[in-house]
Write a protein that binds this ligand. Structure first.
Ligand code: NAD
Length: 495
């Protein structure tokens, strides 16, 4: 594949002494405390940062901005291209849009990267050998949020998967593995059921994997893959998956490391990147100096690698490992007998600062200096195909039995079109349905041109006119296309 390469690091810091411009939001709840602690550690480690601050979250929501961000903040994000974000509180009640989804989609942050490592014996976990990185597609899948109620009974959410979307995320996973010296990339999908959407993700995974012979690859069906990940996470290295599975399994993976409070994530796009802890604003802990700043600090470590200051990232991460292995713990990870001292948020930051330049003795040290950058790439140019209309699925709202519906639809077809099947929730119920199949009021009637002739758009319009005159309540259509001779639609279940 021919790809264009953008190195976003070069956009943010291109010289050893040049400060990286970043946008900082201190957030809500425990956000301001953990951001203060994290920035203190980064700056003590020699981070060269030129900081712009923006207000974001609860106050902004309540001031009438439905996505929790002021219009002017976008200018800062587009200027600095790097966003260090503390957690925010989403106010209760309707009408508030998810700030994270808005920022990710508006700025094209397609890759969500979550390292999930356990820190045994310093932090108790059932999985001491775990060191997994979840790479989640961040922009598409069911998260397009395109939903409709279509009948009394049935609601729909559209799952959109694109070839460029798959290619960008899969390639990012392999580039990440290569840059971080990782050995294997695993793909999770449910393509035994969703043969076109998840099937595309799997197909693109196989194509891209072939370009990285130095990295092992494998595919798991997501259900058994998830079970294996929860049970034996040490069997995985980098795992890439579509948005919904990634959303769920990255939380599972973070939880089984021993503490969600330590989780960090990066959201990477071609132009902008955002770094944050995976936990929320924990409002009940706000202002008490008890919150653990580690998730945000480790997100800061990922940010320092991204802006081309890997030596700072390495100093901070190794000092943090040293602090944690010495049993200096915040309340959430403190265990009587196992921990040495319980520290507040700022005292924990001081302990990390005091260990800058030291290496962990028990936990494995990290190294970032010398790693190649992970490029954010544009997808391959689109390949035009020969797209031929071969039929149409007409969806209808009906409470009549299937035989009565079939009779009306055959009447509408008027010998010109062939009614090839009727399904209910995907299962074929005509011809030859079983009385045991439960049917809702939402039916799909598949029409093909008689004798394998081609369909065209005027035929679709004419057919819909006939269906309407037959008194059938059609609610939507889906065109059936073949692309270079390959059907671009699934068969009915049982067909
Ligand atoms: P949460 O992650 O804020 O807190 C859940 C619990 O986890 C807390 O009660 C606390 O016991 C513990 N916890 C979390 N982070 C901790 C830390 N750093 N140190 C110590 N303990 C910690 O989840 P929630 O209570 O469901 O959500 C609170 C608010 O955060 C909500 O308004 C939610 O919308 C928001 N939220 C924001 C983000 C984000 O900004 N990225 C993410 C998730 C939730």
């Amino acid at each position: 594949m021919n790809v264009q390469l953008h190195d976003t690091r070069a956009l943010t810091a291109d010289g050893a002494n040049r400060a990286a411009r970043i946008t900082v939001a201190r957030g809500d709840g425990i956000g301001p405390e953990i951001m203060k602690a994290s920035l203190r550690v980064l700056q003590a480690a020699g981070a060269r940062l030129d900081i712009e601050e923006v207000e974001l979250g609860e106050k902004v929501y309540l001031a009438g901005h439905s996505a929790g961000i002021e219009p002017g903040s976008w200018d800062s994000l587009r200027r600095t291209r790097v966003f260090y974000k503390a957690p925010i509180t989403t106010p209760q009640g309707g009408g508030f849009k998810s700030l994270n989804v808005t920022v990710r989609k508006t700025l094209g942050l397609y890759a969500n990267v979550r390292p999930c490592a356990s820190y045994a014996p310093a932090i108790a976990t059932r999985h001491p050998g775990m060191d997994v990185v979840i790479v989640r597609e961040n922009e598409e899948d069911l998260y397009a949020g395109i939903e409709h109620r279509q009948t009394d009974d049935v609601y729909q959410c559209l799952k959109l998967i694109s070839r460029p979307g798959c290619e960008k995320i899969v390639r990012y996973a392999f580039d990440y593995a290569r840059a971080h010296g990782r050995k294997k990339v695993t793909c999770f999908t449910k393509d035994n059921i969703m043969k076109l959407t998840d099937g595309l993700f799997h197909k693109v995974f196989d194509e891209v994997a072939a370009e990285y012979p130095d990295i092992a690859n494998e595919h798991w069906i997501v259900d058994i893959g998830a079970a294996k990940l929860a049970d034996s996470p040490e069997a995985f290295d980098v795992v890439v998956m579509p948005n919904l599975y990634g959303d769920i399994l990255s939380d599972v993976a973070a939880q089984i490391t021993g503490s969600v409070g330590l989780g960090a994530s990066a959201n990477i796009g071609e132009h902008v990147a955002m770094f944050e802890a995976i936990h929320g604003s924990a409002p009940r802990h706000a202002g008490m100096d008890t919150a653990n700043p580690s998730g945000l600090l480790l997100a800061g470590v990922m940010m320092m690698v991204h802006v081309g200051q890997p030596e700072v990232a390495e100093r901070v991460h190794n000092a943090w490992l040293r602090t944690v292995e010495e049993g200096l713990h915040t309340k959430d990870i403190f265990r009587e007998g196992a921990s040495r001292e319980r520290l507040g948020t700022q005292a924990f930051a001081d302990a990390v600062i005091a260990r800058l330049g030291q290496m962990p003795q028990v936990l494995r040290p990290v190294s970032y200096v010398g790693n190649p950058p992970v490029p954010a790439r544009a997808p391959s140019p689109r390949k035009p195909t020969e797209k031929v209309l071969v039929g149409v699925d007409v969806f209808v709202h009906s409470t009549q039995g299937v035989d009565a519906l079939a009779a009306k639809m055959q009447g509408a077809a008027n010998g010109r079109y062939e009614l090839s099947m009727i399904t209910n929730r995907g299962v074929k119920v005509w011809p030859g349905g079983l009385p045991e199949t439960f049917c809702t009021d939402h039916w799909r009637c598949r029409f093909l041109a008689k004798g394998g002739a081609q369909f065209n758009k005027p035929m679709v319009l004419e057919l819909l006119g006939r269906v309407h005159h037959a008194g059938v309540d059609f609610i939507k259509t889906e065109h059936l296309y073949s692309f270079d001779g390959v059907p671009g639609y699934s068969l009915g279940q049982g067909q």
